[in-house]
Design a protein around this ligand. Structure first.
Ligand SMILES: Cc1cc2nc3c(=O)[nH]c(=O)nc-3n(C[C@H](O)[C@H](O)[C@H](O)COP(=O)(O)OP(=O)(O)OC[C@H]3O[C@@H](n4cnc5c(N)ncnc54)[C@H](O)[C@@H]3O)c2cc1C
Length: 416
């Protein structure tokens, strides 16, 4: 059965970037719908810090107090190299209005955003998987499968997701905020090439007596990047980059012999072993290890952010390493820029062709963040120990290129 629906804008994906896009569009008076394939929001903290640019967008939405009520504020990024404290980078040098990062799990952020959308009556169609998008000069059409849990199986009955209805949504514009495996990107037939080697991290979250004192820590050790984030409520997250050899330590084989990354070897002993070698200065206790996993981060950037009526934002267009929380935060900035132009188009103040401006600016930012269009130069006062890690610095700092430049200057590194 086909049901046709008509909106100004369809946002594909109810991750942080999609939800913020929808809130911004609703605020500007657009008739917006969110289509999401999953039944619920994330249940893990994943990306866990909002940078000053993202906080400015959250403020514009009137949600800043709610976010700050739950978030921890991090004013300083403390750098350690080969086990020794070398110096600090202060977020105040990025933005005086928000001189800190707000640390808050992605699950909590998504639930604040989704509650706000629901309170405003914006429809979020969950279990609606966008299969493809087509566009012509007047509209875009989304072909969407509605999913439901059904009993399947013959001898052994099990629950499975099946397509129960198909829908067509017609709209003036589409924002593809549907993450790294984006169906909108595939419909645009946009390439998504690799720009750098992928990284894998062993991630541990645990309760601790460690006192963050407004700092997060970056521990550069043995050519690898390791990160400590304080979390609200007296816990913290350590992420340790894995080398080729270490990847195998944490990998397990399932009963069919396939490799998977389970929790079996990611235990307190492994955590303590990594801390002893890579961060001997960490003196917090490990009281309760409540989450551990291995995550692989590919590094990819689209060749184009979209065309005419269909545009990408967030992980649908770029994915990178986790240290500088760049992909989600830049995605939030992109949501702000893209929705502003779409709003003007809907009001007849700009032509659809002007959306190319969004695409060009977003791509230019990522040409820098991916390292394709930038060089790093050491100033005379740079710590000598930082030299082998200089290429890593770009992806460790949270923000758009101009902000990263200001932060890098604090460690006497210039972006040219
Ligand atoms: C285990 C893990 C740990 C991470 N840790 C970090 C970290 O430490 N730091 C960091 O910066 N980042 C981290 N990330 C990445 C971070 O989560 C992403 O950058 C962020 O979620 C991007 O937000 P987004 O809204 O662009 O996309 P997403 O959050 O991926 O949201 C996309 C949404 O689209 C939906 N969707 C997908 N396809 C369709 C479709 N066809 N139809 C409808 N809906 C669809 C998905 O279900 C999802 O809800 C981590 C990710 C993972 C998985």
């Amino acid at each position: 059965m086909f049901a046709k629906r008509i909106y100004d804008v369809a946002v594909v994906g109810a991750g942080p970037v999609g939800l913020i896009s929808a809130l911004l569009l609703h605020k500007s008076g657009a008739n917006v719908v969110v289509l999401e394939s999953e039944p619920t929001t994330e249940t893990r903290s994943y990306a866990l810090a909002l940078n000053p640019d993202a906080l400015a967008v959250i403020k514009e939405l009137g949600l800043l107090d709610q976010v700050l009520e739950e978030a921890l504020q991090v004013e300083t990024m403390r750098f350690h190299i080969e086990g020794k404290h070398k110096g600090d980078v202060h977020i105040a040098g990025y933005d005086e209005a928000f001189p800190w990062l707000a640390v808050l799990g992605q699950d909590r952020l998504e639930s604040i955003l989704e509650n706000a959308l629901t309170a405003k009556g914006v429809p979020i169609f969950r279990n609606h998987r966008v299969c493809r998008v087509e566009q012509d000069s007047t509209k875009a059409t989304l072909y969407v499968d509605e999913l439901d849990e059904c009993l399947t199986g013959y001898a052994v009955v099990r629950m499975d997701w099946q397509v129960v209805r198909s829908h067509e949504f017609n709209c003036s514009f589409v924002i593809g905020a549907d993450g790294h495996n984006s169906a909108v990107r595939r419909s645009l037939k946009t390439d998504f090439p690799v720009f750098d080697q992928s990284q894998q991290f062993a991630v541990f979250e645990f309760d601790t007596n460690w006192k963050p004192d407004g700092r997060m820590h970056i521990a550069l050790s043995q050519g690898l990047t390791n990160v400590l984030w304080p979390l609200p409520g007296g816990s913290c997250r350590w992420s340790f980059e894995l080398t080729g050899d270490a990847k195998d330590i944490f990998a397990s084989r399932d009963s069919r012999g396939s490799l998977y990354h389970g929790n079996r070897n990611l235990n307190v002993a492994a955590l303590k072993g990594l801390l002893a070698v890579r961060a001997p200065w960490f003196d917090g206790t490990v009281n309760g290890l409540y989450w551990s996993t291995v995550v692989k981060f590919d590094k990819r950037l689209v060749t184009s952010f979209g065309r005419n009526r269909v545009w990408l934002a967030g992980d649908a267009a770029h994915i990178t390493g986790p240290v500088g929380v760049q992909s989600m935060n830049m995605g939030i900035l992109e949501a702000g820029n893209l929705t502003a132009i779409i709003t003007d188009c809907l009001r007849g103040k700009r032509s659809v062709a002007e959306l190319e401006l969004y695409g060009r600016e977003a791509l230019a930012n990522w040409e820098v963040l991916s390292g394709n269009n930038v060089r790093m130069e050491a100033g005379a006062q740079m710590w000598p120990e930082l030299r082998p890690y200089m290429p890593r610095l770009l992806q460790c700092l949270p923000g758009k290129p101009r902000a990263i430049q200001r932060l890098a200057e604090q460690v006497h590194v210039m972006l040219v």
